[in-house]
Design a binder for this molecule. Structure first.
Ligand SMILES: [Zn+2]
Length: 653
């Protein structure tokens, strides 16, 4: 038994260190950055702990979510140490657990021949279990890099170690000698790794506060809040009769509100990518889960970091996970709540997200506010299922029995949409309280007025307005018109209401310009400048411009598209007219006068052929312009776990 124990621990340690070496080399050479939480053992531990209802993220210090820059020697050393200490602790715990089980089984059975087989089997099982490659698969799969290569390397390493283990355990004379040597080497390596790890733990700061350059001393902090699935017309400040948004309304009154902000599509992944890159989905084309933003494409977080900001993202939905490239440029990108069981939209996530931001702000304050911060906060509770906690579940009237679960797919009659909407509105009010709490936190810190607070959404939501429910279905106003509010009392004149049409992809250049005050940052690919991106609205926002000035710089026509299952459609929208063209499953064109028919109930395409022709031409032109675009994404394959999560949310079949 002692023999098995020694072989087992040697195997577990060797496999673990081997995989760490492979992962580290891969990250350093290919990715350039790494988060401890993305490593194989950490992922496995997170998975196992969730299986028994523990959220390790509550226990782990924030550095597990920090991005370590592997081209920086100090960062790389800290990262290596941290990963070693956690991985070995987990690998050895697993080894100890298996040995305990084997010894229990042995205590219950007898028979020398069986025992010999059992010894070999135990070593084999242990080696396999010690194979962090099994779970490393999830990591590299999620990052989308060379899954097959990593699988092969991990498998090979595992086989070699298992074979060695079996061979040694059957040869007591050789193994005694070699195991003592191997054990010595193993123990030495492990001791060194543990020491490095402990040093890493001691030295690694919770968060990274030093930017790439020294920031402008007057640089404002920035908080960008995206409230997933929030249609503009359900907020008080956009004229909604129900009191869904007192905090957001007050923030809007103290800043600038865009009445006609539109999303280029009606679902989470491409919309957020546009928000972060200034590119339209027709350009970045990250429109399904098999694509990841190319690292060469500039993101808002990268502009902030390069301007000396500390950058942090806290997100709650699977289509905003770092794996799509959203984490690019963020020192901390915490998307763990996007992977929570039950699927995050069935739980309540705002308190968790607020807690993470609160912790971050607290750490920033304790570190004597070394640099300004850029925080991206993605709030998810408004997204279906609509399950606001009490008292928000009945705040807008009692909801009929049967729809109280808030699942749109279980709706059986049209009137139930009204009931669902009460719950949806309750969710908005609920999230509004967290916007208020965040605002209060900024006030407590005395930074509310020199922080740019931007509030928007990725798309809206349908409640049978045009025969469908939820989103990623159509491109009517309820799906694409989103709130956009920016408050910065030090620079932005309060009470501005802008009627000119703006787009989600205008947010990145506008905020970037306010962040990098001295130089206008460029978006698109670094290697080929000049990509057409969103408009920098900041000069007019800061000046409090007239409507005519706004009309001058904002896009006269906004374009968008949706390609999902059978649905293939696109829109061209001026501030007054909107053309929606469907090419699948049927071909049709619709035209609406948004001034006189904001609900898009009367199709004017028959009455206004000239307008149809003009907008169709523009739409054709826009679509053909993007046909020869350079590639902004790389093909990837996401992890099985991520796919399972998307499946649970009903996003993929
Ligand atoms: Zn969304």
């Amino acid at each position: 038994m002692r023999q098995i124990a020694r072989v087992s621990f040697v195997c577990a340690g060797a496999a673990c260190l081997g995989m760490i070496a492979i992962e580290l080399a891969f990250e350093a050479l290919v990715v350039g950055e790494a988060r401890p939480r993305d490593t194989a053992w950490m992922q496995l531990a997170i998975k196992l702990s969730r299986g028994i209802g523990i959220d390790l993220f509550e226990i782990f210090p924030p550095w597990v979510n920090r991005s370590f820059d592997l081209s920086d020697a100090t960062d790389a050393a800290q990262y290596f140490g941290l990963v070693c200490v956690v991985s070995l602790a987990l690998a050895w715990s697993a080894a100890a657990l298996i040995l305990t089980m084997v010894s229990l089984v042995r205590g219950l059975t007898d028979g020398p021949r069986w025992l010999v087989v059992e010894d070999k089997a135990a070593v084999l099982v242990l080696s396999a279990f010690a194979w962090p490659g099994l779970s490393a698969l999830f990591w590299l799969g999620a990052r989308g890099y060379a899954k097959a290569l990593h699988f092969a390397l991990g498998g090979l390493l595992c086989l070699v170690i298992a074979a060695l283990g079996v061979w040694l355990s059957a040869r007591p004379a050789i193994s005694d000698r070699w195991i003592s040597r191997l054990g010595f080497a193993n123990t030495t390596t492990i001791s060194l790794a543990l020491a490095a790890g402990l040093l890493g733990v001691v030295l690694a700061p919770e968060f990274r506060w030093s930017g790439v350059v020294s920031p402008d001393p007057d640089a404002p902090n920035v908080v960008l809040i995206s409230i997933d699935t929030l249609r503009a017309d359900h907020l008080g400040c956009y004229g909604y009769p129900r009191d869904t948004s007192p905090a957001i309304d007050r923030i809007a009154a103290e800043g600038v509100l865009f009445e006609n902000a539109v999303s280029p599509t009606s679902w989470t992944l491409p919309s957020h990518m546009s928000m972060m890159t200034g590119l339209s989905p027709a350009q970045h084309r990250i429109t399904n889960w098999g694509r990841r933003l190319d690292d060469d494409v500039v993101t808002l977080a990268e502009v902030a970091r390069e301007s000396g900001y500390a950058t942090a993202g806290f997100v709650a939905g699977p289509f905003v996970e770092g794996t799509y490239g959203f984490s690019n440029g963020f020192d901390v990108y915490d998307d763990h709540s996007a992977m929570m069981p039950p699927p995050s939209h069935q739980g309540i996530t705002s308190p968790l997200l607020f807690g993470l931001v609160d912790r971050y702000l607290g750490a920033w304050n304790s570190a004597d506010r070394p640099v300004p911060f850029f925080i991206f906060l993605h709030l998810w509770d408004v997204h279906h299922n609509y399950q606001p906690p009490a008292p928000f579940d009945s705040m807008f009237g009692p909801v009929q029995e049967g729809v109280s679960h808030g699942k749109p797919d279980l709706l059986d009659k049209p009137e139930d949409a009204e009931e669902l909407m009460k719950l949806y509105d309750g969710e908005i009010r609920y999230v509004d309280t967290y916007v208020e709490r965040l605002f209060q936190r900024l006030e407590e810190l005395g930074i509310a007025d020199d922080t740019i607070l931007a509030i928007t959404a990725d798309h809206g939501e349908e409640f049978l307005d045009h025969g469908r429910l939820t989103h990623r279905q159509q491109l009517y106003e309820e799906s694409i018109r989103v709130p956009l509010i920016i408050r910065w009392p030090e620079k932005i004149p309060p009470g501005q209401v802008v009627a000119a049409q703006v787009r989600l992809q205008d947010i990145a250049p506008s905020l970037a310009s306010m962040i990098a005050q001295s130089s206008a940052p460029e978006f698109g690919r670094r290697s080929d400048s000049g990509a057409s991106v969103g408009v920098d609205l900041s000069p007019l926002i800061l000046a409090g411009a007239t409507e005519a000035e706004w009309e001058d710089i904002t896009p006269r026509i906004a374009f968008g598209s949706l390609d999902h299952l059978d649905e293939k459609l696109a829109y061209a929208r001026t501030n007054r007219f909107k053309l929606i063209r469907r090419v699948s499953p049927i071909e049709e064109v619709q035209l609406y006068d948004l001034w006189n028919d904001p609900d898009e109930s009367t199709d004017l395409s028959g009455e206004m052929p000239d307008m149809v022709a003009q907008l169709s031409d523009e739409l054709d032109h826009w679509q053909s312009r993007h046909n020869d675009q350079s590639e902004y994404f790389i093909e990837t394959d996401v992890s099985e776990e991520h796919k399972a999560n998307l499946r649970a949310l009903g996003y993929i079949e």
